[in-house]
Design a binder for this molecule. Structure first.
Ligand SMILES: [Mg+2]
Length: 378
């Protein structure tokens, strides 16, 4: 229930804050009647990319959403449970891989909602877990006292009894990517960790489960007396996802299950946690807000400067490869969402998924975009 109350407030904030700072990098003056009454949200892994390789004709499909001069014609964004880098960096990576210009506002990652809880922890010590640059992500969201799990664990001698057997080098991304003023020497021996955030898929599950159990069991101070469990937030809860390997890989949901199972075995009270990402309907609501603002952006409309409330979509398309996550999420979000399931990732079935049937099943994202543009006569 806490989750719901946090996000009702935050949605209003998103609308007012973002509408004020919206400017028009690719705007053109168009009559209101020409505005598209539809928008598109693309999942990335298993739909647009497999690993770092474009799949399903994704570059040419996405190019159809732009005008000849390279400006955006159809409002679209990426709605992924992945992450690990700031949205601006992910937008640059996608632009390079796909050969189109993608703005940071078109990238919604699993951890993007973390910025909505910054008010509770702005000046509190927090630990950010996962691959990539988890501390840089949290710093960009406004958290001022962030340590990556790598840095935090390195402060405690012998906290990981197996560290001597690990031959890989742990990259101290926080040190390399953060400015000096964000890097005070926090006293981790007396300053309690107030919350842990699993930003992206953890790399060293053994160490991370050990240290998270220490933080969570001992009130944010490993090695001390038992204490109240600090909150832990997960960016998503995907059990599996499609990466470069032919069959699915274990995702953050699998890590959560492992942590929860172990924590519940060593602790007297069960783990309390909050998960974000698809299929949570909140992320679809948030996507709708951003898509509405993109319409305002594209069509340079003054009457939408109040947060985009003047435009309503008749259809919002979610194109995904994972029935449990993408299709289930669109179903939970309800109208105007319309779900399209591709066969390039987790789902490989001939017919529809039986548990979470999509509105349309199609082979590739290229065919999905073709279907949408024909249906919308765009
Ligand atoms: Mg996917």
């Amino acid at each position: 229930m806490r989750f719901r109350s946090v996000f009702r407030a935050s949605l209003a904030n998103i609308k007012t804050t973002r509408s004020r700072c919206f400017r028009h990098s690719y705007s053109q003056l168009q009559p209101q009647s020409n505005r598209p009454s539809f928008g598109i949200a693309f999942d990335i892994d298993g739909v647009i990319l497999r690993g770092r390789t474009p799949i399903g004709g994704s570059p040419q499909a996405l190019r159809r959403l732009y005008r000849d001069d390279g400006t955006l014609k159809i409002p679209f964004l990426f709605l992924t449970n992945g992450g690990g880098v700031p949205e601006s960096k992910r937008a640059s990576e996608l632009s390079e891989l796909l050969g189109i210009q993608i703005s940071r506002r078109q990238v919604l990652q699993g951890h993007s909602p973390f910025k909505e809880v910054v008010n509770g922890y702005e000046n509190e010590l927090i630990v950010a877990v996962g691959k990539g640059e988890p501390a840089a992500v949290m710093s960009e969201y406004g958290f001022k006292k962030v340590l990556s799990m790598d840095e935090y664990a390195s402060c405690f001698k012998d906290i990981d009894p197996l560290s001597h057997y690990k031959t890989w080098r742990i990259k101290q991304t926080y040190d390399e990517n953060s400015s000096k003023e964000l890097l005070p020497r926090y006293d981790v021996y007396s300053d309690r960790v107030k919350a842990a955030f699993v930003v992206s898929d953890p790399i060293d599950w053994g160490r991370d489960i050990q240290v998270l159990c220490d933080i969570l069991r001992f009130g944010g101070l490993p090695g001390r007396d038992k204490g109240h469990q600090p909150p832990i937030y997960f960016a998503s809860d995907d059990l599996e996802y499609q990466a470069a390997f032919p069959t699915e890989r274990l995702g953050m949901g699998a890590f959560r299950i492992a942590l929860e199972g172990i924590f519940n075995s060593v602790s007297s009270s069960p783990l309390k946690y909050t998960s974000f990402g698809k299929p949570n309907p909140f992320v679809f609501k948030n996507a709708e807000v951003i898509l509405t603002q993109l319409v305002s952006d594209i069509f340079h409309s003054q009457d939408n400067m109040d947060g985009g409330t003047g435009h309503e979509f008749s259809t919002l398309y979610m194109i995904g490869d994972n029935p449990k996550v993408d299709i289930n999420g669109a179903m939970k979000a309800g109208r105007p969402w319309f779900s399209i399931l591709t066969r390039t990732g987790v789902f490989r079935g001939k017919d529809n998924d039986t548990q979470f049937p999509a509105d349309l099943v199609i082979d590739t994202v290229e065919e999905a975009v073709d279907y949408i543009l024909k249906r919308e006569r765009a």
